[in-house]
Design a protein around this ligand. Structure first.
Ligand SMILES: [Cu+2]
Length: 574
């Protein structure tokens, strides 16, 4: 590989604050609340996402307790009414996807890592970046505020299907519903602004010598995910404005009585909703790839193929959405077409799994905590993928639609994406973020406790779902048949496993926040990784690199022998 190629301009090094009257020292408020530093904004998204995950976790605990023990006064909540139940389920789904998975996987990691991984001082538009977080925070505040208005939080499910979500006589949360819609819309604007920064920064601020195929795969995945989001969100925003009008000023866009069509919303929602799955899945795949190469001391297998596959998956994700409407009354011939495209999209995903396995093959594998999470991602996500086949085929989906089999399926894809890969990322980049290490033993206790209990939540729900158990039933005592032959026992097992899984998160939180201040100090590159963020100090100073690096090779040059010199960081010449 030749020396530094000046195909991108060499950004100037960015000195710490206080070096110039126009770049003064910042006070606490300016530094931490109104910062334009990409790292601080990354932390703001991360900690807000973590706080929202507490809401997501608490809501599922309450409504699962109601499912397992109907009528129980749930500790920490009390008796659960039908209205509560709908609000809790809707909040859980919305929060975990929009206010946890997206902000943490894309905005937090994208903000913190992209400038560090491509070797520059900050995002191209730092103030726009700050605005994106402020809008995100505003959206979270509006959502939480909606819990306390008359009628309570929106209970029409995160898919917000009309007529339930629109018609006043059905919509029991006349204030909560439009507030939910406004919160989601503002959050989407926040992500659009964030995406603009990620794409322009990666395209324009790469270190000298860093060509497109030298960019770490995680950066590419976040950039592709941002473009996917930008391309898919438009129709939904238009649809949401129409829904807001139906909710507030009595239009009838989705009202069949007045010539509207509720199925239109389903198309607009899922035209966004399914690409959205890949908007969060691709960064998760990127995290796992980064961790896996470091802890197997192996080059990522077929880097270019992975990149083209990610782009191909993104494109194909726009042609599968109607698999959510196989039984909504769409033309069966259309269902067949969408069945085929849906089964097709499992091919690139399966290919990614093979890439991981090929990367591991012959590697010198070290089972540190981040690697355990990365390996668990493969096995758990695979279960999610395989069960999706039954739902992609319209014939079998007619039976499975809206049962707990569907719920178990998408939790076997979403929990690996939003939880497992995030734990891999948080534990892997912890030393970079704080210059200290987390406790490995407690990390492993947290890992095994979480993974084992996770499977005991959803495997029982595959069984009840395959036996016809439908979603969104508030009180099973109204359906005694559904409580017989072990079905209720399976629900109780799932709920108790959930309580166990949530309890293990306390170990993580203690380990995380204790280690942040008291963990053993480590050097800049404790994992002996190659990507540029490990070339910066830990934690990186404002401006990241006192001297901006030059890149001489791709991100994953490892040999398999595990020798001391088995890695060639991107910033070191041959
Ligand atoms: Cu889908």
């Amino acid at each position: 590989m030749s020396g530094p190629a000046a195909d991108t301009h060499a950004p100037d090094a960015h000195a710490p604050h206080g070096d110039h009257p126009h770049h003064p020292e910042e006070g606490f408020i300016k530094k931490y609340l109104f910062s334009t530093d990409h790292k601080i904004i990354g932390f703001q998204y991360l900690f807000t996402g973590m706080a929202m995950a507490l809401i997501g976790g608490f809501t599922v605990y309450v409504f699962r307790m109601q499912q397992a023990f109907p009528g129980l006064s749930v500790p920490g909540w009390g008796r659960v009414t039908a209205q509560d139940y709908n609000g809790l389920v809707t909040t859980h789904g919305s929060v975990m996807i929009f206010w946890v998975a997206m902000p943490v996987l894309i905005a937090a990691l994208g903000n913190y890592l992209i400038p560090l991984m491509i070797g520059c001082d900050d995002m191209v538009f730092p103030r726009l970046n700050r605005l994106s977080y402020q809008l995100f925070l505003l959206s979270a505040v509006i959502l939480i505020f909606s819990f306390f208005v008359e009628g309570g939080a929106f209970g029409g499910a995160w898919t917000s299907y009309p007529p339930l979500s629109a018609r006043a006589e059905y919509n029991l949360t006349p204030k909560g519903a439009p507030l939910w819609l406004v919160a989601v819309a503002i959050e989407f604007v926040a992500f659009l602004l964030g995406g603009i920064n990620f794409v322009t920064t990666m395209m324009n601020s790469r270190a000298p010598g860093m060509k497109m195929f030298d960019v770490p795969i995680l950066v590419w995945m976040i950039v592709i995910a941002s473009i996917l989001f930008m391309a898919s969100v438009g129709p939904l925003v238009a649809g949401a404005v129409m829904l807001l009008f139906d909710q507030t000023i009595g239009t009838g866009f989705y009202d069949p009585v007045r010539g509207g069509d509720p199925i239109l919303w389903q198309h607009l929602f899922w035209f966004f909703g399914h690409p959205e799955v890949y908007v969060v899945m691709l960064p998760a795949f990127g995290i796992v790839a980064e961790v896996m190469t470091v802890f197997s001391r192996k080059k990522l297998f077929a880097y270019k193929t992975v990149l083209y596959t990610a782009i191909g998956t993104g494109v194909l994700s726009f042609f599968v959405w109607a698999h959510h409407q196989f039984i909504a009354g769409i033309d069966p011939r259309m269902a067949n077409i969408f069945g085929v495209t849906t089964l097709l999209i499992s091919i690139p995903v399966a290919e990614m799994m093979f890439v991981y396995i090929a990367t591991l093959y012959g590697g010198s594998i070290r089972l540190a905590v981040p690697m355990l999470w990365a390996l668990a991602f493969i096995s758990e996500f695979l279960l999610g993928g395989v069960t999706g086949i039954f739902l992609g085929a319209s014939a079998s989906d007619i039976y499975f639609h809206d049962t707990y089999f569907v719920l178990a399926h998408f939790h076997y894809t979403f929990v690996p994406i939003a939880i497992v890969s995030v734990f891999a990322a948080v534990t892997y980049w912890f030393p970079k973020m704080f210059g200290r290490s987390m406790n490995e033993t407690w990390g492993k206790v947290h890992f095994w406790g979480t993974i084992v209990s996770f499977n005991f939540i959803f495997i029982p729900l595959f069984i009840t779902g395959a036996r016809g158990d439908h979603r969104r039933i508030f009180d099973y005592t109204h359906f005694p048949d559904l409580m017989k032959s072990g079905m209720q026992d399976l629900r109780i097992l799932a709920t108790l496993s959930l309580v166990v899984m949530l309890s293990f998160q306390v170990i993580f939180l203690v380990n995380y926040f204790y280690s942040m201040f008291r963990g053993p100090k480590v050097g800049p590159n404790p994992w002996r990784a190659n990507t540029l963020e490990w070339h910066a100090a830990s934690p990186p100073p404002h401006g990241n690199f006192p001297v901006l690096p030059t890149v001489y090779r791709g991100p994953y040059e490892y040999s398999v022998e595990g020798r001391e010199d088995d890695h060639w960081p991107q910033h070191l010449p041959n």
